[in-house]
Design a protein around this ligand. Structure first.
Ligand SMILES: C[S@@+](CC[C@H](N)C(=O)[O-])C[C@H]1O[C@@H](n2cnc3c(N)ncnc32)[C@H](O)[C@@H]1O
Length: 418
């Protein structure tokens, strides 16, 4: 890949240029639109475009996503109407991969776009420098292609981490973990785009890479996958730090980093006390146990991290409190049954976390990040710091009423002094 070049230009001009690339089946590999422009409510959360070969000829396949479902439709080459409709949708960003280059279009103002282009094959003197490392990409049109992987199973990261065997085949026993990491990465990628489009996350550079910390990193599956995907696939300079109480985890991960030849730091320590050299831009926590997720959220808030993605694990704390305290009327019919009480505890815990993040100046989404057959712990809290004045009054009142009513003391509330 060449050094990226960035220009600012009128949005319409940038979209028009992109339109001709999207309409060219010989050029387009894949395009993704996501996020929303400030003050707008796009009909779709995300859209993906690629060409597929069907019996009736080559078609532009457009998959659009709302909050719960994906909708796929195929349009014959030359029929631009669906694409034109999609270009009207106020997405915050477009990523377009062609055989020759990668383009990232970020809408920075209502009528302005910042377009970053990275050539796949360096030209002339650069080509010699890039040498055998130069990337080449082919258009894949297989219709029944499986859902596209962000990082394929045979990626060296997964082989080194033992999710895949030495021939790059995913081990049957590790499929759920692979899927979890893959889906978390998907959310990380779209959230970074979204936060950048909203102007809440700075553009990283080689000198000032994006600082990502993975709290409760365990064996570093997510840490290494995020590093690999963001740098190699997305061309974003990042530095990753993993934090875990277990010394064995830091030893293991440091060895893996050396074998992969990537620079990543692993710190032994508890989330609530860890000291980082610099504040992170992105805080991740994937299944940090029980209230370790609260520690992670409290640290992220304290660091004023622009982007936080946390998939909570077990929820023992509130579940235990619910068992000890009298249930407010008329909810005894729910807490009478153990399984329902546990589920209620899960829901209360994450609703409270989302509410406390909102009070702390974040815009929060609570979404499912992976299908439940891969893990029942499949809720993701996605928080982007808005930095604006917090309308805390009504949210705080709601929070106070809820914890008083149920007689509970949420750990995150205590950590934040709320
Ligand atoms: C269920 S594992 C998840 C590991 C990893 N994030 C993943 O998804 O593969 C939870 C990890 O969090 C670590 N952990 C739990 N509480 C912690 C704390 N308070 N501080 C640091 N690490 C913690 C554990 O040692 C463990 O490695």
């Amino acid at each position: 890949m060449s050094e990226p070049t960035t220009i600012s230009e009128p949005l319409l001009r940038a979209l028009n240029r992109m339109r001709s690339v999207l309409l060219d089946p010989e050029q387009l590999v894949k395009a993704v639109a996501s996020g929303r422009q400030r003050g707008t409510q796009p009909a779709w959360r995300r859209a993906e475009l690629r060409y597929v070969d069907l019996k009736s000829g080559t078609h532009l396949q457009i998959t659009t996503y709302d909050d719960t479902q994906a909708f796929t439709a195929n349009h014959p080459v030359g029929d631009a109407s669906a694409l034109d409709d999609l270009l009207e949708v106020p997405f915050a960003s477009w990523h377009v991969d062609t055989v020759a280059e990668r383009q990232e279009l970020l809408v920075t103002k209502p009528t302005t776009a910042r377009v970053t282009t990275t050539l796949r094959q360096a030209q002339g003197a650069d080509a010699a420098a890039v040498g055998a490392g130069a990337e080449s990409v082919e258009v894949s049109r297989s219709h029944d292609q499986a859902k596209e992987r962000l990082l394929p199973e045979d990626d060296p990261v997964f082989v080194e981490l033992g999710l895949s065997d030495k021939d790059g085949r995913l081990k049957p026993s590790r499929q759920a973990k692979y899927r979890q990491v893959e889906e978390f990465l998907r959310h990380l990628a779209t959230s970074i785009d979204d936060a950048r489009a909203k102007g809440q996350l700075r553009a990283p550079s080689a000198e000032e890479p994006l600082r990502i910390v993975d709290l409760g990193c365990g064996n570093g599956y997510l840490t290494f996958a995020a590093q690999r995907y963001l740098t190699e696939v997305r061309g974003l300079p990042v530095v990753v730090t993993g934090v875990d109480v277990k010394e064995q985890s830091a030893r293991h991960n440091t060895d893996v980093a050396a074998r992969l030849g990537v620079s990543a730091e692993f710190v032994v320590g508890s989330i609530d006390g860890v000291v980082l050299d610099q504040r992170p831009d992105v805080v991740l926590a994937l299944h940090a146990c029980d209230t370790a997720t609260d520690d992670a959220l409290a640290r992220a808030i304290g660091w004023e991290a622009p982007l936080v993605l946390a998939a909570p694990c077990c929820h023992h704390d509130i579940a235990a409190q619910l068992r000890r305290t009298p249930t407010p009327s008329p909810y005894a019919m729910v807490t009478r049954h153990g399984i329902l009480r546990e589920r209620l505890a899960d829901t209360l815990t994450d609703a409270i976390r989302a509410s406390l993040l909102r009070m702390s100046g974040y815009k929060v989404d609570v979404v499912q990040f992976v299908e439940s057959q891969h893990t029942p712990r499949n809720t993701l809290l996605r928080a982007i710091r808005s930095g604006g004045a917090v309308k805390g009054g009504s949210v705080k009142k709601e929070y106070d009423e809820l914890i008083a009513g149920w007689g509970i003391r949420p750990k995150l509330g205590e950590l934040l002094g709320l």
